[in-house]
Design a protein around this ligand. Structure first.
Ligand code: ATP
Ligand code: MG
Length: 182
């Protein structure tokens, strides 16, 4: 459009949300693309912890340029007064780790995987997250994943994709398959 400035190079904020499969795996696809472009990639996984995901083993092969850290327990008990204090503690610690990594200038892409679930469960404040993301280093790309992205993060983001479920094997009773789901 006439009169509009074209921005050449900058860090983007992306959100992968929605009820369909593909939020985390799309972020890992971008991670692969970024690594192939010589970038340094950090994936911080909120809530995840006990499953042996295939991607954890891929990260071992990138000489420190690709790190995936699981910062949860792999399950979570939520629901008002029933929220386990340990889950609250782990999420707040994961957020502190995230904010430090964002400010560190060490990474070109940071994926905050499942962070939108932590916000959705009321364990993390969307406003705090938005404030840190707004002040991040100019060239840092960040991807947030999880269902139900809150409006203020959608507003802040540059690219937001909602995965819609057309079909999922699970509804036919097919359990999670190695290499596809984990
Ligand atoms: P993936 O990690 O496969 O990209 P995702 O990040 O979009 O999935 P999550 O909400 O993080 O989805 O849940 C991860 C697990 O739940 C995966 O095993 C995935 O296959 C499964 N899953 C995702 N969407 C659905 C759905 N609509 N119905 C049933 N299971 C689902
Ligand atoms: Mg996911």
């Amino acid at each position: 459009m006439a009169g509009e400035t074209t921005i050449q190079k900058r860090g983007l904020l992306l959100i992968n949300t929605g009820p369909g499969k593909g939020k985390t795996t799309a972020a890992l696809g971008v991670a692969m693309r970024a690594l192939g472009s010589g970038m340094r990639v950090l994936v911080l996984q909120f809530l995840k912890g006990s499953w042996d995901y295939g991607e954890l083993h891929v990260a071992e092969n990138f000489n420190g340029n690709f790190e995936i850290r699981q910062l949860g327990r792999g399950f979570i008990k939520v629901g008002g007064a029933e929220t386990d204090p340990e889950d609250i503690r782990l999420v707040l610690e994961a957020w502190r780790t995230s904010a430090e990594a964002i400010a560190s200038g060490e990474w070109d892409l940071i994926v905050l995987d499942e962070i939108l679930y932590a916000i959705g469960y009321g364990l993390l404040d969307a406003g705090n997250v938005a404030a840190v993301l707004r002040n991040r280093p100019e060239m840092l790309h960040v991807i947030l994943t999880g269902r139900n992205a809150p409006p203020e993060l959608v507003e802040l983001a540059d690219t937001v994709t909602s995965m819609s479920e057309v079909k999922h094997a699970y509804t036919k009773g097919i359990l999670a398959q190695r290499g596809i789901e984990f």
